[in-house]
Design a protein around this ligand. Structure first.
Ligand SMILES: [Zn+2]
Length: 480
């Protein structure tokens, strides 16, 4: 379908909404007796780019369990994160709001979810009588001063604090998750599982690495990262390792995905074997992707707004809803408003997100989604095409109908780039001078103004992180 036809098809939306309502009626009062709203299993894999999963077309066989799960679920082909780093992305998923509205625009306690005024998914489900539990390992989420434990009755952290080696294995997370699931019994629940494995340093189990053709389960890049033989700027921005080492490092990233997939498979099997799969919504997502040498960025995220960082997997299995693949942009900010509808939660506050379509017909509505990068960080002063200090110095992006514009602030005025991600998924050819893409610029600048106006004031004195958290963040490459 061409773009203008897509723009004009909104007339079918009402019909499609009615279809989806019909599909969801098993949760409604079709028999005169309202059935219980479904439970919710939310599985997030940190740093997992969509195009490295078979269900999004990857040619390496590393996601058999997720691929199988996707055949019985609704797959969003163009799910976009509003921020290519953990805290803002997860805050957006939990509130249905762009990060500027919650104030969670950076990685620090000063920008924690605890200070956001919006009600979170855990609070909404808790208020509706659900049991709420989470198991996480990412220190940006596990440290209580970041506020992501808001509303959870049970908030488990896996991985010993202070350990510099691999301490966030998906197997540990899965083990804890299986215990939590079993503990739920017949109670309505919301369980959030967050796995960190595809994040640097890539140190997968040896068996997974061997299956990816990297029997040493290491690379010069990972060794330098872990030993701090080179500083992070050199690793992220120079890319001056031999091609064989770059390839070995990419294989390690894939081995991490293979390991995660096996652990997600265990959890999904346990859910279905328990019989709870029939009354549980499963949402699978990533907070952001990873740049593996794309656009000059090696084994990192945060800094750019190309699709290797913004295009994330988003797959939902809603009981009674037929499997589907749905094209067109959606955003992680859409997850909460959709769950409000599907779980009949009382969500009174306005959100930026929209109801996710559950059928391809609904998916025809054209949507513009936005994102902003990490703010300028002095210790990365060699970043190519550096952003400028302050929230207005971030890269920003608008994406609609496969077309994308990126605004990169510079002292002499912004640099604009544009891409046709349908025809050029690698974003190799900048088409910023094309007239229809010029028209997208006002939408982005208008969104930036809205975000600026709704940003809460920064708090003056953030609480200190603590030695153990600082050590764990340092092992992931975040602190010097
Ligand atoms: Zn993350």
């Amino acid at each position: 379908m061409n773009r203008s036809a897509k723009w004009s098809i909104s007339v079918v939306i009402a019909f499609a909404v009615a279809l989806a309502a019909l599909a969801l009626s098993r949760f409604g009062s079709g028999t005169g007796t309202p059935t219980a709203p479904p439970s919710l299993l939310l599985i997030v894999v940190d740093t997992l780019r969509a195009d490295h999963l078979g269900l999004y077309g990857y040619d390496r066989q590393i996601s058999a369990n997720l691929d199988r799960f996707a055949t019985a679920a609704v797959v969003y082909e163009d799910a976009i994160t509003p921020a290519p780093f953990t805290m803002p992305a997860m805050a957006a998923l939990f509130t249905g709001l762009y990060p500027d509205r919650t104030g969670v625009t950076n990685h620090s306690p000063r920008h924690g979810l605890g200070r956001a005024t919006a009600t979170t998914l855990a609070e909404l489900t808790g208020a509706a009588g659900y049991r709420t539990a989470a198991v996480v390992s990412n220190p940006w989420l596990s440290n209580r001063s970041m506020g992501f434990d808001r509303g959870f009755e049970s908030y488990l952290v896996r991985g010993p604090d202070g350990e510099r080696s691999r301490d966030f294995s998906a197997a540990l997370i899965a083990e804890a998750a299986l215990g939590l699931l079993a503990d739920m019994g017949e109670d309505p629940f919301f369980l959030w599982i967050h796995m960190l494995d595809p994040h640097m340093p890539y140190q997968p189990p040896a068996a997974a690495a061997a299956r990816m053709g990297n029997p040493s389960a290491s690379s010069a890049v990972v060794r330098d990262f872990v030993s701090e033989a080179r500083n992070k700027q050199d690793i992220y921005f120079s890319g001056d390792y031999p091609p064989a080492e770059i390839a070995a490092t990419r294989a390690l990233y894939d081995a991490e995905i293979l390991h995660v997939d096996e652990q997600v498979g265990r959890i999904l099997a346990a859910l279905d074997e328990s019989g709870r799969g029939n009354d549980t919504i499963v949402v699978f997502a990533a907070d952001h992707g990873e740049s593996l040498g794309d656009h000059g960025l090696y084994f990192a995220h945060d800094f750019t707004l190309y699709d290797e960082l913004l295009h994330v997997p988003l797959v939902v299995r809603v009981p009674g809803v037929a499997p589907a693949r749905i094209g067109g942009e959606v955003s992680l900010i859409d997850v909460l408003p959709s769950l409000c509808e599907w779980m009949r939660l009382s969500c009174a506050e306005p959100m930026d997100g929209r109801l996710l379509p559950l059928s391809p017909l609904q998916g025809e509505e054209v949507r513009t989604v936005f994102a902003a990068s990490v703010p300028y960080r002095k210790r990365y002063d060699r970043a190519p095409r550096l952003s400028l200090p302050g929230p207005d110095g971030r890269w920003t992006m608008a994406r609609s109908n496969g077309l994308k514009v990126i605004r990169i602030p510079r002292p002499q005025g912004p640099l604009w780039e544009a891409y046709d991600t349908d025809r050029d998924p690698g974003e190799a050819t900048d088409i910023a001078s094309r007239e229809d893409l010029m028209a997208m610029r006002p939408a982005l600048t208008s969104w930036m103004a809205q975000m600026k106006a709704s940003r809460p004031p920064e708090t003056a004195a953030p609480p200190p992180l603590g030695k153990a958290t600082r050590e764990r963040l340092r092992a992931l490459g975040y602190l010097r």
